[in-house]
Design a protein around this ligand. Structure first.
Ligand code: ADP
Length: 479
């Protein structure tokens, strides 16, 4: 079931309950009021009749011809009758309903009884009151002046008009409620559809998006609401995915290219060597070249495998606390370079303790020094410095070389990225060194950053958490 239908149904169900509660309450209140009114009319009629009887010294007197009944009874007269103690009807209304006789027997004075009876298929409300003369011995009737010991007053009002009004009210409420319910149901459906229409449009757009069309985006609704946020977040996600896909595509292309180059060189060497019989020296030369190319191939594959591991898997075991200053001195002493004369060490006098794996740290620093030498002219200084900046241990390699353009600085840690300048100058390299270095430093819990100015040089800084207290000092390298 669609969300629109569910919301509409929920709204209709709530509306039914509200309308039903409202109608029932109104009906019950109106019913009570109408029946109260009927009882009030019954009571007034009875009061009027009782007030018209006279209590004379010689008995109760009721003279019909002398009694003038209220004028308002004429339009809507009640049914009434008066009986004496023997049940004789003394007087009464000229109503077709003349069954009041069943109430003629005297009741206990002065209680006013009310009954509900059914005559001729319709309901009536009946009131009865008995008036008794207190001294039976004093009753004297004379011709023309009848005196009574007991007068029984009975009056009845039909319930039918009240029931008619209630029926009209019930129908009115039912029709009105149904109308309101139907209209509000249609309105609710329209509102739901309108409110959810952006979702339908987004769904349509999302269906069209595939790995080949990651540039497509969801339509963003104009109203500043949750759906706009959803579309915005989803579009951001798509942008990130597109970026990741692009990088992966570039990575795969570059990886294939970098793997193909040494393979082609290896195959070429071997084919040339096999073309004719050669002396052992020539075979040795061909094999040496093939071994060098295979070594390069293995290095690339190992770097790729390292980079392909998830961050959690790339965490290195066997981290040790080392004094970075002492370690850097020993590293430079143990790793002579073509440009050793240009490489200088500037260490802080205090020990700088970090937690790292010496062999991997050696790979990082070796790569940074190699790059500094590759991308600067011989004779210019390459400074390796160790110190503490803002509570963080820093090992920096600074050169006075070509520098890196502002457009490239953000991409040099991407696998296989090589600046056009490096390619143009024909500097050897694959473009994996910095990506692997950044990954290694991350696995030590640190980070690597670069500050560079084209034409003036670059400073690569490895920042590692600085440990205040030594746990175990190791100052060895290349393990
Ligand atoms: P490679 O040196 O094998 O190309 P890296 O990952 O070590 O790969 O470096 C990536 C790119 O970063 C290099 O191609 C070069 O353009 C740039 N780069 C790295 N170090 C420096 C540096 N010290 N000076 C200028 N450019 C540098």
């Amino acid at each position: 079931m669609t969300l629109t239908n569910r919301l509409t149904l929920f709204f209709l169900a709530t509306q039914v309950m509200v309308l039903a509660a409202f109608s029932v309450t109104l009906y019950v209140l109106a019913r009570g009021h109408l029946y109260d009114q009927l009882d009030a009319r019954l009571s007034t009629t009875m009061d009027t009749l009782v007030a018209l009887a006279e209590i004379e010294p010689d008995g109760l007197d009721w003279e019909p011809e002398l009694r003038r009944l209220p004028a308002h009874w004429e339009g809507d007269p009640p049914v009434w009758a008066i009986y004496d103690e023997t049940g004789n009807r003394i007087d009464g209304s000229h109503s077709p309903v003349n069954t009041l006789a069943e109430f003629a027997s005297p009741g206990p004075p002065p209680v006013r009884e009310t009954h509900r009876v059914e005559w001729g298929g319709s309901d009536w409300r009946v009131a009865k009151q008995t008036l008794v003369f207190p001294d039976p011995g004093a009753i004297r009737s004379r011709p023309g002046r009848e005196r009574h010991r007991t007068l029984v007053f009975v009056t009845a009002w039909p319930v039918a008009p009240v029931q008619g009004e209630l029926r009209t009210l019930a129908w009115g409420l039912a029709v009105l409620s149904a109308g309101v319910w139907l209209l509000s149901g249609l309105a609710a459906r329209w509102v739901c559809r309108r409110a959810l229409s952006p979702v339908s449009r987004m769904t349509e757009a999302a269906r069209r998006i595939s790995a080949d069309a990651l540039g497509d985006r969801l339509p963003v609704p104009a109203a500043r609401d949750e759906l706009r946020d959803l579309a915005g977040s989803f579009n951001d996600l798509l942008a990130r995915l597109q970026d990741a896909f692009e990088r992966q595509r570039r990575f795969t292309g570059e990886a294939s290219h970098q793997l193909r180059t040494p393979l082609t060189a290896m195959l070429g060497q071997m084919e040339v060597a096999l073309r004719r019989d050669r002396d052992p020296d020539e075979y040795r030369r061909a094999l040496t070249t093939a071994v060098a190319q295979a070594g390069r191939l293995r290095q690339i594959v190992e770097s790729l495998l390292f980079l392909a591991r998830a961050d959690a898997d790339a965490e290195l075991p066997g981290l040790e606390v080392i004094d970075l200053a002492a370690w850097a001195g020993e590293y430079l002493a143990g790793h002579p370079h073509d440009r050793t004369a240009d490489v200088r060490l500037a260490v802080s006098p205090d020990g700088v303790l970090v937690k790292a794996q010496p062999a991997m740290l050696a790979q990082v620093v070796g790569n940074l020094i190699d790059n500094a030498c590759k991308y600067s002219d011989p004779g210019t200084p390459v400074v390796v410095s160790v110190g503490v900046e803002g509570g963080v241990a820093v090992l920096a390699v600074e050169d006075a070389g070509h520098g890196i353009g502002p457009d490239e600085v953000g991409r040099i840690f991407e696998p296989f990225f090589r600046s056009p300048e490096a390619r143009r100058r024909g500097v050897g390299g694959v473009g994996l060194g910095l990506a692997v270095a950044a990954r290694i430093v991350r696995s030590f819990g640190g980070q690597i950053d670069v500050r560079s100015e084209p034409g003036r040089g670059s400073r690569f800084a490895v920042r590692l958490p600085h440990r205040a207290e030594p746990e175990q000092r190791v100052a060895s390298i290349g393990r």
